[in-house]
Write a protein that binds this ligand. Structure first.
Ligand code: UDX
Length: 406
């Protein structure tokens, strides 16, 4: 099938690779010519495990272009363009302009909205562009986006018409994943409700972790494990730490809150989850300062600056916020991240080994599994674990989120 994908960021470039791998002819369009050029050379502009390999393996099925004209004759066109927040509100201008560009080329193409958009957006696009519009939100996580797109937990297909819903269902049939068919509005809300719920789970365990720090012998890892053994709760997204970041949770919860407010039914639990998340860095900073009092004669090392492991994305990264907060407090801040190469105001080390040699205090800010090696490196300084990846017996000077030593 000839399929278009518009917007080649994290979601779009992975969609291109996976749909090409399934045997489709993909027209991959972005208005950014530099991006098209680097993708055509086989260089994705982002780091995502398996993406470069998948694009290379399937390059015969992919045509990169900055011209919408190439989309003519596509059965469906996936919109994967950004929906940023401006002043707390979602900006739909990229979705609107991309859909109008597609409709001006071929009015028979089915528009498939993958971008995260508030309920009512697909109907608005349908009216403005005069096209058939299917809502097909993505639930992929950065760092495992290729695998998540190949094998999603579910495929949500929202549509006003059965033939276009069937078309999209057929496109994803190769995944073997269960399909939920509904209207556009429910599909749009499923995406926000899912992200908001996951962010609530994280903030909940982070508040429990605060409590653990106040209870002699308290350890949030054990409490989360005990909770997660209940199948109704499940063990996922109960990892306490310095809070959630990234391009989705902060942005989507903010957009959902202002949408709910406007509708007259504010979401108090989502609001609370955001407040808890906003307090994570200052609380963790206090822990760091207690272990290593700030001084302009002291250096400090931070492991990880991305918002999570297996990505180079520092958008809304809690780790990046922490590094920025540490810079004015210490003489030098050293960092090591397996894929992030530069960070303004901090000095990058080429390896974990080099980083821990720079100072007597090491702070773990991103959950890269590689940092677990610290436990076998004989480091005797302060270790402050903001992601609970090390075992508490690593050092006498071990401090961690959600852990009380007494
Ligand atoms: C998220 C959703 O998981 C995905 O379904 C949606 O499509 C996009 O947003 P992503 O932002 O890539 O994906 O990463 P995710 O793995 O969800 O982690 C988000 C943040 O939460 C990270 O900062 C991570 O460190 C933090 N997190 C996650 C925790 O602090 N604890 C956890 O238990 C899980």
């Amino acid at each position: 099938m000839k399929i278009g994908v518009v917007g080649l960021g994290y979601v779009g470039s992975v969609t291109v690779a996976v749909l090409a791998e399934a045997g489709n002819e993909i027209i991959a369009v972005d208005v950014d010519r530099d991006k098209i050029e680097s993708l055509s050379r086989g260089e994705p502009p982002i780091y995502e495990p398996g993406l470069k390999e998948a694009l290379t393996r399937n390059r015969e099925n992919i045509h990169f272009s900055s011209s919408f004209e190439q989309l003519r004759g596509s059965a469906a066109c996936f919109l994967c363009v950004p929906t940023p927040n401006r002043g707390g509100k979602i900006d739909l201008s990229y979705v609107v302009s991309a859909s109008e560009s597609v409709s001006s080329v071929d009015a028979n193409t089915v528009i498939v909205i993958k971008s995260t958009v508030l309920p009512g957006t697909a109907s608005m696009v349908r009216e403005r562009a005069g096209m058939r519009v299917v809502s097909n939100p993505e639930f992929t996580r950065e760092g495992s986006a290729v695998e998540d797109t190949r094998h999603p937990d579910r495929i949500v297909v929202g549509s006003a018409g059965a033939p276009e819903a069937q078309l999209v269902e057929n496109i994803w049939k190769f995944t073997g994943s269960p399909v939920l068919r509904t209207n556009n509005e429910n599909a749009e809300l499923i995406k926000y409700a899912s992200n908001a719920f996951l962010s609530i789970k994280i903030s909940f365990i982070n508040e429990i972790s605060n409590l653990c720090e106040r209870i002699p012998g308290g350890d949030v890892e054990v409490v989360a494990k005990g909770m997660g053994m209940d199948r109704r709760i499940a063990p996922y997204f109960l990892k306490a730490g310095i809070g959630y970041g990234g391009s989705c949770f902060p942005k989507d919860t903010e957009a959902l809150l202002s949408f709910a407010q406007e509708k007259g039914d504010p979401l108090k639990i989502v609001e609370a989850s955001r407040m808890v998340n906003e307090g994570r860095i200052s609380r963790f900073l206090d822990m760091v300062k207690r272990a290593e009092p700030p001084s302009n004669a002291t250096d400090i090392s931070v492991l990880g600056v991305a918002f999570k492991d297996s990505t180079d994305d520092i958008r809304e990264s809690q780790a990046a916020k922490l590094v920025r907060a540490l810079i004015p407090l210490y003489r030098s801040v050293y960092f090591y991240d397996p894929v992030v190469k530069t960070f303004e105001g901090a000095t990058r080390c080429g390896s974990l080994e080099e980083c821990i040699q720079q100072s007597r205090t090491v702070v773990i800010a991103t959950e890269w599994p590689e940092f677990g090696r610290l436990s076998t490196m004989g480091f005797t300084g302060n270790v402050i674990d903001g992601r609970r990846i090390l075992s508490p017996d690593i050092s006498e000077k071990f401090y961690a989120v959600g852990l009380n030593h007494a």
